[in-house]
Each structure stands twice: as C-alpha cells, then as structure tokens.
Design a protein. Sequence first.
Length: 262
Amino acid sequence: MTARVVLRELETPEEYAETEEVSKAAWRFTDRAVSPASDLVAATHAGGLTAAAYEGKRMLAFVHGIPRVDLGQRAQHSHLLAVRPEAQGRGLAADLKLFQRRWCLDRGISLVTWTYDPFLVKNARLNLVRLGGTVRTLLPNFYGVMGGIYASLPTDRFEVTWRLLDPEVERAAAGAPRLSPPDSPDLPIATLRSLPSSAERTALPFPAGAPKTYRSDPERSLREKRSFRKLATELFRRGYEAYGVTVREAFPVYLLRRTPTP
C-alpha cells in the first residue's frame, strides 16, 4: 500500500454504488448482476462491515462482511473482496483483510470466514500463507453458475476459517506470513487411487492456469473440478485441513495436516 492509499469504511450512497463498478471490473461480470449497493448498505447497517481502499477519490478495492450466527461464537462472514484489475498486485487485498481483522477485534469478534475458488493460486497464497487461514470444508457449486471469469463451471469453494487471535494469524498480521514446512520427496501426494491412511501431512495437487483455463478448456476444467472435489472432500472427512500452498514439479499443491476433530 502506498502513502496515497487510504483505507476506511464507506459513508455515502455514492460510495456504496461504486462497489458495483469495482465488482464488475474485478470479476468481469457482463452476463449477470453483482451484489447491489442497497444490499451492502442494509447489511452494514445491520452490523456488517463495508470498507474500501481509496486513491484520492477513486475506489480501488473493497471488502464486505456480514454477521455470522451459526458457529457458536461471534463471527463475521467476509462475503465480498474485489480489487480493480489495474490495482492488483499492490497488496490491497491483504491490507483490506487486515483492516477487517482490526475492525472485528475492536468489536469482540475473533472469527472470520469466507469462501474462494481453490484453483486460484493467488487467492490460495493470500488466504493460507499471507493471512494464516485454514480450510476444512469444500462447498460444492456454492453459488451456482456465475459466468464472468468463472465461465459456466460449477462454483466449488473452499471455506476459510480465520481465527483472529491464533498465534499464526497474529504473526501474519504483524507481517510475518506463515512459514510452511519445506516440501520433501517423502511427502505423500494424495490421489483418488492413493489416499493417505496415517500420514500426518499430505499434499493435494490442483491444476494451474485458472481462471483462464475455465474459458479456454471448459471440458477439461470440469473434469478437474469434479476429481478435485471428490478428493478434497474425502481428505477433509479424514481429518485433514489445508494450511499452506506451494509448487511441486511446476504444479501447485495444497499442504494438508491432520488435525484433532473440532
């Protein structure tokens, strides 16, 4: 984030309206509606958060979270995070998530969740490495067909759990991203034909190239999504959680560890 960028909560109807423009630019939605500004206004009024990164008077990115009440503790679900294409690569997504973390902690909220497409490598690194989140759930076709960068494919989503007072998250918030254990040749690669039975750690491979491949080769992308969905779901059922992402032999893999049943 440069000195010219300011992070703050939204204040006026015109500012909320600009979130629609940022959303359409970020996700290239020309064939469907984005979340209307009026919904963001109502959710924020009811206890949610809508904040944005501004350069001068122009909104570069925004984050939107809503109260979540089904987890047995005060929590927020981070529903939207969008960055204009020309502003990507500047760390704005991480800055907004850390703004959200401070906002939640100030209000006694120590748990935030959100979803993302597990095939998007940049998102995986942000969520698991830079921010220190973890994943134990895959939600199949969560939003239905969305179009835009997701083409006509099922919208399978990983659900991130971000425990704001976890030591790993606190280190990440202080600027020290999670350090994944170094990869090693004996770390087993999970496949549908070879599922780990007792390994404390395993690697879950996923295809490179998304979201471009969603439109360039949708049939292959659909096969890969179905295979990954089945494998990830089984690994989570066996007690693994995703906590990192790395590259092995030119292909991205999630790092999973076995965890006690919550």
